[in-house]
Design a binder for this molecule. Structure first.
Ligand code: G4P
Length: 540
């Protein structure tokens, strides 16, 4: 259960329009689920949506995921417009709270979008497979969350299977992620003998086969446990509880909100066990929409004037028109359909005539939305990642970073006469966030970079069908790319001059160093201690 100090969504708010705005914002939780493929994110998403009544039958989110399991299917679906967009944001209500769950594609469609989406949430659930512990993708996604110190709730999943020792898993989280843990429940048994969890906050047992509320017990020594575990197992279990209390700190709301401590829950998404704990934890502990840094000031979510930031663009929503859906996270105030807003980058006014909300299977016109919500804005390419829409103020939000691409390619053009067209197409898609574009300063052919392999497929497909270009990909002369910076600009210039054939400029003109391998990058970095090599570029 939520602890007493935690804020709840039902706390009374001041009256009037400001009061309504504050109350609406306070009940919102905008979050993502981060995990390594197969840890159970889809299953958990589905169970969360079931609680919220956003879907009626288990299996629906799963069916969508399976539908895009192979690349060709994904492309077909992408072309048929819809599913990946509809599942991009899922809004549902539960116990008076409004949840915006932002999808972070994990499998084939892992991309820059995945990382960028994490810049639009206020908290995240980290799902870990109890048999596997922290896996590579979880670690990467966690690092992105850490850039903004996003509070993380941990869910150790698949306890109904043979798992690693819970204490060992906590230790791994602490060591690998440098994140303190506060177990909120403790599993009783695992695999075939998984009986449920013991609530470490208010002594209670929740059995897998019983109602969520559970049964109060006197503590770990309660005779009730004798009916659940074999004597040997029980003795060890009681020892573990003592150890946990000694080793792990108590839950501390501030440390959680600061992103340094994670409350840990154990359960089984498949058996719908422990899922409700997560919703309760989001309501009780996760922050409502946070303030957001802009170039000149910090914008509070509860400010009356609407501001929003575009964090994702989805192209080709409609095959007949080159339209794009821009996803905007509202950073402050209230949006109403039809309102006129300023597109700060171009200084133009635009009317939000058809902002849209997304649900698990549907979308609908958003008549009104509040800070924390995510709306889709159909547009013809005017809006770009990082753009701000406001009621008039010239706001430039900070913090939609670029992430060093993991796959680098050169593009082979079938017809050399179309070089200009290719250049324009790549520029457009770079603005849209589909690819990153790097121009070597020695005048060699540009290099495209992406995070996930499917992005290359999408790029190739769009170059062919949308721009009518016949292209192919070739290996780039480098495998690793890092942005370079130095406090002393002369040193940076000297480094660039000494390494001209390994330097390229990104779309903003910032320099990157290109290396043939991580090994060689490390070698160069060691020999150039005044230069910082960065795999993330923040917007400043
Ligand atoms: P992902 O989105 O993180 O990739 O994972 P997903 O939910 O698709 O789950 C991956 C596999 O793990 C699925 O099995 C799923 O049923 C299973 N799974 C998820 N949560 C649990 C759990 O709590 N306990 C157990 N035992 N299994 C779990 P699959 O065989 O790949 O698919 P399916 O045939 O079951 O649909």
């Amino acid at each position: 259960m939520p602890n007493d100090a935690a804020p709840t969504v039902s706390a009374p708010a001041p009256g009037g329009a400001a009061g309504k705005l504050a109350a609406e914002i306070k009940r919102r939780r905008t979050f993502a689920i981060i995990s390594h493929p197969d840890a159970g994110k889809t299953t958990l998403t589905e169970k969360l949506l079931l609680f919220g009544g956003a879907i009626q039958l288990a299996g629906q989110v799963k069916a969508k995921k399976d539908g895009r399991n192979t690349r060709s299917d994904w492309m077909a679906i992408e072309k048929a417009r819809g599913i990946s967009v509809v599942t991009s944001v899922m809004t549902f209500e539960y116990e008076g709270a409004v949840f915006n769950l932002l999808d972070t594609p994990g499998h084939e469609d892992f991309s820059d979008h995945t990382y960028r989406t994490l810049t639009a949430v206020d908290s995240a659930i980290m799902v870990i497979d109890a048999a596997k512990g922290i896996e590579a993708r979880t670690r990467k996604l966690f690092e992105v969350c850490r850039l903004r110190d996003i509070p993380i709730i941990t869910f150790i999943n698949k306890l109904d299977r043979e798992s690693r020792e819970p204490l060992e898993l906590l230790d791994e989280i602490e060591k690998v992620l440098a994140l303190d843990t506060a177990p909120m429940v403790w599993p009783i048994g695992m695999g075939r003998t998984f009986r449920g969890t013991y609530d470490l906050q208010t002594p209670r047992i929740r059995r897998v086969d019983e109602a969520h509320e559970g049964l109060p017990v006197s503590g770990p020594d309660d005779p009730m446990f004798e009916t659940l575990l074999e004597p040997d197992d029980l003795a060890k279990w009681r020892e573990d509880i003592d150890l946990v209390r000694d080793l792990c700190g108590a839950f501390d709301l501030k440390a959680f909100r600061d992103g340094t401590l994670s409350p840990v829950y154990f359960g089984s998404a498949l058996r719908n066990f422990g899922v409700r704990d997560l919703l309760d934890a989001l309501i009780s502990y996760a922050p409502p929409p946070l303030s957001r840094k802009a170039a000149t000031r910090t914008i509070e979510a509860t400010e009356p004037a609407m501001t929003g930031i575009i964090f994702k663009i989805q192209a080709n929503m409609d095959p007949n028109h080159r339209d794009r859906m821009a996803f905007m996270r509202l950073c402050s105030g209230r949006l109403t359909r039809g309102m006129k807003v300023k597109h700060v980058r171009t200084d133009k006014i635009m009317a939000l005539t058809a902002p849209q909300f997304f649900f698990a299977q549907d979308r609908s016109l958003a008549e009104e939305a509040y800070a924390g919500d995510v709306v889709g804005i159909p547009n013809r390419g005017t809006l770009r990642i990082g753009d701000a829409l406001t009621e008039g103020e010239d706001v430039q939000f900070l913090g939609i970073p670029s992430f060093a691409p993991e796959i680098l390619r050169r593009i082979r053009l079938g017809d050399a006469i179309k070089a200009k067209k290719l250049k324009d197409a790549l520029k457009e898609m770079a603005e849209e966030g589909v690819v990153q574009l790097f121009s070597p300063i020695d005048g060699m052919q540009p290099i495209v970079g992406v995070i996930g392999a499917l992005q290359l497929d999408v790029l190739g497909d769009r170059l062919t069908h949308e721009y009518g270009l016949s292209t192919g990909f070739e290996p780039a002369p480098c495998e690793v790319m890092r942005w370079i910076e130095a406090d002393d600009k002369t040193k940076l210039t000297r480094f660039i001059e000494a390494n001209r054939s390994s330097i390229a400029a990104d779309a903003d003109g910032d320099c990157v160093y290109m290396a043939p391998s991580v090994f060689s990058l490390n070698w160069v970095a060691e020999r150039n201690p005044d230069i910082t090599f960065k795999d993330v570029k923040a917007v400043t």
